[in-house]
Design a protein around this ligand. Sequence first.
Ligand SMILES: *Cc1c(COP(=O)(O)O)cnc(C)c1O
Length: 381
Amino acid sequence: MNIDCIFKAERSSHECEQLVENIHLADSLSGNSNIVTEYERRLAAYFKTKHAIAVSSGTAALHASLAETINPGDEVLVPAICVPMTVAAVLQAGGVPVFYDCQIDSFKPSIPSVDARRSSKTKVMITVSMWGYPAIDTQIKTYASENNLITIEDTAQGLGTRNRGRYEGTIGDIGCFSTHEFKMISTGEGGFILTDDDRHAENIRSFSHIGFLNTVGSFGYRSGLNYKLSSLQASLGISQLDILNKKMAERRRKIALWKTSILQEMDISFFNENTDFSHNGYSFGCLINEKSHINASGVASELHKRGINTDTHRYKNGIVATYPFVRQFYTMPRYVGRVERDFPNAAHLLSRLLVLPSHDAIKDTDIKMATAVMSIIISGE
Ligand SMILES: *Cc1c(COP(=O)(O)O)cnc(C)c1O
């Protein structure tokens, strides 16, 4: 069997035709083209935000947002469960990552954990909507504002997820998205930033455009990098945005199929099942029973042996604080040094969370076959 969370995004002939058409309409191929402006206009309209800034990757979106909101040496709160890129962007901006625990069976921050870890040097809290599941709500945003914390949402995987009519990535102060091939909108490589704040928008745009200042109409007044998205990628982005709702519906259909197949075969519950939100369908999270003879990593590794590669296996279901490249920040006296004590909710969640793919390349028959394999692994026969 070959089922993989890694895949090649599909390109329809309609999309390719649109790409060629858009390129003909472009007044330049660079990131300053009218096509990029049009893509940004459509993103802002879709998400109902004041500003959208297209950039060359999700990591660039995070770095540009952090360069705007922190000074070197400032502390940045990052969740115990996220991807290495989130923390790498903090380091790149000169920030000190401070790791917080999540709420029980949720990617949202545990307020008591954040309260215990933050200090007078903490400027930003990053939330990460892993696998499209919510990581922020208005209560968390209010808590952050009251404590002078700027919220940056890493919505690389949460593009399209909605909470009471508000899109993930538009609840905090700044939303950072990726349009890498694996994400909900694929431009190969790419990303964008959403914000309603005029000052953040102007400074982030300047930073990602080599420090160009719109007000002066020139370079050289401030520092920046070239993080612009090219007009070829923006052309793809426009056609991808057109089919986003269709794509999300199709992924949600696959998740519904995972659920019915699993319910027929075994005793497994689903992540965030009784929570009120509309999932983008990015991936499907299930929770292995605590009393089972095998934990989530165990199931993922058994699945991998049988040709089914899941994100659970790929990311090793680890707490980011334990990654070697940030291990130097995971030290006493802030932490005890044992993940079960420092991040009890995250550690418990990771022991049970199995993430299954629902992307374009997954077929209905794959889901049924994989469920049968899972059933054998979990029953222990
Ligand atoms: C993909 C991803 C990123 C990085 O995006 P790139 O476009 O690959 O730089 C950051 N955070 C999360 C949660 C991601 O899934």
